[in-house]
Design a protein around this ligand. Structure first.
Ligand SMILES: [Zn+2]
Length: 294
């Protein structure tokens, strides 16, 4: 389904209300047609390509639920932030930045990315920097590169239209993702607060309800509070010594009944960021392979 926010800025809603493995796309019906992210709806994307044109794909970042249908546009040039480009250009970098290259999750993610989604490396035609003005025909956006979710997550501010595309700073009840290898909690928080302070009327996110009316400061605070709740739950759990395997199995993030390597990876990717912080601040120690609150 396509919703027109303005004459030229449209939301292409993803399946399952944009829940994983889908993500809403943005479409700019100007300058030959720009698709922002390719994880929404393959039929709508194909219809847009035929009827309206897709001259360029802009990737907000390199996550699989955003590139799902990119391989169906093999001849369309792709733009991304300079910081995220390496992971869109190379499967090995993609796996490394997920934090799975060469470890127990390598084979699972390699298969997931090559077969299920499927990843095809793309040479990034133009690499975008923070603050750069982007022109889509007559439509103007300012690039806001927001590290933390990925190193170069690209948000788009359309100042003339009062619209800010937040991508995966998505304000969902699940809470933030900061589990990629080059990322972390502090960067995520700083980017989220920076985004919430940008004046716009409508904020478009990649998952669940796609449009939030501004201001979103309170919603962003509630979203960031999930980080604190995760840390509290983890602190409580490591009052006794707990190994990595125990921490993963406890399912502090996803809850019980979510089995398998996808969830194992997600638990560790997020909680290891909390543990790194707790160790660095001297709030916890790692002894004989077990984490323990000091
Ligand atoms: Zn993402």
């Amino acid at each position: 389904m396509i919703t027109r926010l303005t004459d030229k800025i449209w939301v292409v809603e993803g399946g399952k209300n944009g829940r994983y493995p889908y993500a809403h796309s943005l479409y700019i019906a100007d300058g030959g047609g720009y698709l922002v992210d390719a994880g929404s709806d393959p039929e709508e994307i194909e219809r847009l390509r035929k009827e309206n044109g897709i001259a360029m794909v802009v990737m907000s970042h390199y996550h699989e639920d955003h590139f799902t249908f990119l391989s169906r546009l093999p001849d369309t040039p792709v733009e991304s932030s300079a910081a995220d480009a390496p992971a869109l250009e190379s499967l090995e970098t993609l796996l490394a930045w997920y934090g799975v290259l060469g470890n127990e999750w390598d084979a699972f993610y390699r298969k997931l990315f090559t077969e299920t989604f499927p990843f095809a490396p793309r040479k990034i035609a133009r690499k975008i920097a923070d603050g750069e003005e982007m022109r889509f025909g007559e439509t103007r956006a300012v690039a806001v590169v927001a590290p933390g979710h990925t190193p170069g997550h690209l948000c788009l501010h359309f100042p003339d239209d009062g619209i800010l595309f937040l991508g995966d700073y998505d304000l969902t009840a699940f809470g933030p993702w900061y589990g990629d290898a080059p990322c972390g909690i502090d960067a995520f928080r700083a980017s989220a607060l920076r985004l919430a302070a940008i004046a716009a009327d409508r904020f478009v996110v990649s998952h669940e309800g796609p449009v939030h009316r501004g201001p979103i400061a309170e919603k962003m605070d509630a979203y960031l509070a999930v980080i604190d709740r995760r840390e509290e739950a983890l602190r409580d759990y490591v009052r006794k010594p707990r190994t990595r395997a125990e921490i993963i199995a406890r399912r502090l993030i996803y809850g019980p009944g979510r089995d398998g390597p996808w969830f194992d990876y997600g638990e560790w990717a997020l909680l290891s960021k909390h543990l790194d912080g707790m160790l660095a601040r001297g709030e916890a120690i790692l002894r004989d392979g077990a984490y323990l609150l000091e």
